[in-house]
Design a protein around this ligand. Structure first.
Ligand SMILES: [Zn+2]
Ligand SMILES: [Zn+2]
Length: 242
């Protein structure tokens, strides 16, 4: 018998309880999400393949992407950032519920076209600045990226793309200002740039909001020698009014 409250007994209890109930509807199920909730809340919707935004029909590039093409070749998004995923992602990201990582990575895997996985030479997370990483204890994008990479047999690397320091808070700033602030936010490890040469890179993030962070990180990878970059995001914030 394990002493009550010991780390091991808490872990055992966690393992026994958590997988049994759906994190959305709390019904009994085999994983952390039940099939009904996935079908109801994570059904595929038509999107622009380039930016990942929801569109009336699936398109290779929407009007906005034709007018100003983003640097990434493609953006895969599993779900729109809204109910119930916003609450789950907040638990995962801000409340230490790393146990949700497997289920959330599963959503992204479901949405990933087979050619996207096959073509990716390297899977990288959008990095956190050191201070943010120290506060949170983990990079939520890495928790998703490494699981997606393992499931697709791809190589993952958490230390190739770096984010040396935290810029000013981006929320609420106009897009042009976000891009200006972010311009030097990312850096490919100067001693390992050759690791990128000629590869198609999958850049994984939990939520793509304006797309500014993904675009700047993508550009840093292209500047360092990546042949192409795809953004694989768990969730995409819908356009206002959409
Ligand atoms: Zn459910
Ligand atoms: Zn688009």
């Amino acid at each position: 018998m394990l002493p009550a409250g010991s780390a091991t007994s808490r872990l055992a209890l966690h393992r026994w309880q958590a997988p049994g109930q759906c994190a959305v509807c709390h019904g009994w199920c085999r994983g952390a999400l039940c099939a009904d909730c996935i079908a109801r809340h994570a059904a595929a919707v038509p999107r622009c393949a380039r930016c990942g935004l929801r569109r009336p029909q699936p398109v290779d590039a929407c009007g906005a992407c034709i007018a100003a093409p983003p640097p990434q070749l493609r953006t895969v998004c599993a779900v729109d950032y809204g109910f119930p995923w916003d609450r789950l992602i907040a638990r995962f990201k801000f409340h230490g519920d790393v146990g949700l990582a497997g289920a959330l990575a599963g959503l992204l895997l479901r949405a990933l076209p087979s050619d996207a996985a096959a073509a990716a030479g390297l899977v990288l997370p959008v990095p956190l600045a050191p201070q943010r990483l120290a506060e949170r204890g983990y990079n939520q994008a890495w928790e998703i990226a490494r699981r997606v990479a393992a499931a697709t047999g791809r190589r993952a690397d958490a230390r190739l793309l770096l984010r040396p320091a935290d810029g000013p808070h981006q929320a609420g700033l106009p897009l042009a200002e976000r891009r200006r602030n972010l311009r030097h936010a990312f850096l490919v490890d100067p001693l390992r740039r050759t690791h990128l040469a000629g590869l198609r890179v999958a850049l994984v993030d939990d939520v793509v909001t304006s797309g500014a962070t993904a675009a700047v990180a993508t550009q840093a990878l292209l500047d360092a020698g990546a042949a192409a970059v795809e953004v694989w995001a768990l969730a995409r914030t819908p356009e206002p009014g959409s």
